[in-house]
Design a protein around this ligand. Structure first.
Ligand code: F6P
Length: 361
């Protein structure tokens, strides 16, 4: 079948990089002589026939903008066959021959179901969670990482000024990728990820060891999927501040991680994936996701994509623990004993603690 008219949509959680990807799809599509339509609000717009042609001027100036000009949505109805039939009816009615879908995990489930109904689809992986297999990185990750890093740097300033242990919660759903990478890039003392959980008591032990090393702060990055969750770890530590040595605070970064101007790497990746998506859709290579593996475009069947769960690469966790928490472990035999009364400050402004030699333990 010759493809003459294509559509593009963004679905699920927005991610920086979606706009440059839309731009790439439209520009490449028009360059190949296709008509390109934009679908508003993801699968919801597909079911409501909310789509319109996209021309060059419609995508002007979006390369450096966060979010998605097409808007996004999470919809339950598309998970049903009735919902998907509505979408197919609307696509066929508008003479749209193929679809490029930009989104994350849930979006790929929907794309797979629709492609099984015989509709030509190519997907572009986009989520700050980086939890899709068959691509080294998803759109949104690089920008989100830089946003988290900026926050860590700022929080460290205030944490050091007040001798505090700070829990910083990152997004990532069930994946620890964002937490781990930002922890490495930000020099966090401890990183808590779902793939390598720690008990609050272990975190306390780590903080004590950092304190004993003379650090003015302790930065603990917590992935939102870690169990026990950030609040629980915070309450445990907050109730034991004297044992920590530091006072304890918590910041949940939340949705600022999803916004912001896409970085240079993001824009380049988005453009490469968009061009590959249009080329493959028009060449009839459909029912696939375009990913980037070892810096090369790779196509993977949607069936494989949806049946794979990508955890973090635990070699990076080892790296982080060797450089940071590992040092704490080296210092482990020196344990900080909680002062009996309220801590008093020494001349240098630090809380006085008593250190016991290993043989005393
Ligand atoms: O999947 C992206 C993501 O930002 C996750 O990291 C987070 O758990 C979730 O979406 C938040 O979803 P919502 O914006 O619907 O609250």
């Amino acid at each position: 079948m010759t493809i003459k008219r294509i559509a593009v949509l963004t679905s699920g959680g927005d991610a920086p990089g979606m706009n440059p990807a839309i731009r790439g799809v439209v520009r490449m599509g028009l360059a190949l002589g296709l008509e390109v339509y934009g679908v508003e609000r993801g699968y919801q717009g597909l079911m409501e026939a909310d789509f319109h042609p996209l021309l060059l001027r419609d995508i002007g100036g979006i390369l450096g903008r966060g979010g998605t000009i097409l808007q996004s949505a999470r919809t339950e109805e598309f998970k049903t066959e009735i919902g998907r039939r509505k979408a197919l009816h609307n696509l066929n009615g508008a003479g749209i021959d193929g679809l490029i879908i930009i989104g994350g995990n849930g979006t790929h489930q929907g794309a797979y179901e629709l492609s099984k109904m015989g509709y030509p689809i190519v997907t572009i992986p986009s989520t700050i969670d980086n939890d899709l297999c068959f691509t080294d990185v998803t759109l949104g990750v690089d920008t989100a990482l830089n946003t988290v890093l900026d926050a860590i740097d700022k929080i460290r300033d205030t944490a050091s000024s007040h001798q505090r242990a700070f829990l910083i919660e990152t997004m990532g759903r069930n994946s620890g990728h964002l937490a781990l990478m930002s922890g490495i890039a930000g020099g966090a003392e401890i990183v808590l990820i779902p793939e390598a959980p720690m008990t609050p008591a272990q975190v306390l032990e780590g903080i004590q060891a950092q304190y004993a090393l003379g650090k003015p702060h302790s930065i603990i990055i917590v992935a939102e999927g870690h169990r026990p969750d950030t609040q629980e770890v915070f309450e445990y530590l907050h109730a034991r501040e004297r044992e920590c040595g530091f006072t304890v605070r918590m910041t949940i970064l939340g949705h600022i991680q999803r916004g912001g101007r896409p970085t240079a790497a993001e824009r380049v990746l988005a453009t490469r994936l968009a061009v590959a998506a249009v080329e493959n859709l028009t060449a009839g290579h459909t029912g696939v996701m375009v990913g980037l593996v070892d810096n090369k475009i790779q196509l993977t069947d949607l069936a494989q994509v949806v049946s794979c769960h990508k955890g973090v690469d635990l070699r990076f966790y080892d790296l982080a623990t060797t450089l940071e928490f590992g040092r704490a472990k080296l210092a482990k035999p020196v344990v900080v004993a909680a002062p009996p009364e309220l801590p008093r400050l020494e001349d240098n402004g630090r809380t006085k603690v008593t250190l016991r030699a290993p043989e005393e333990l």
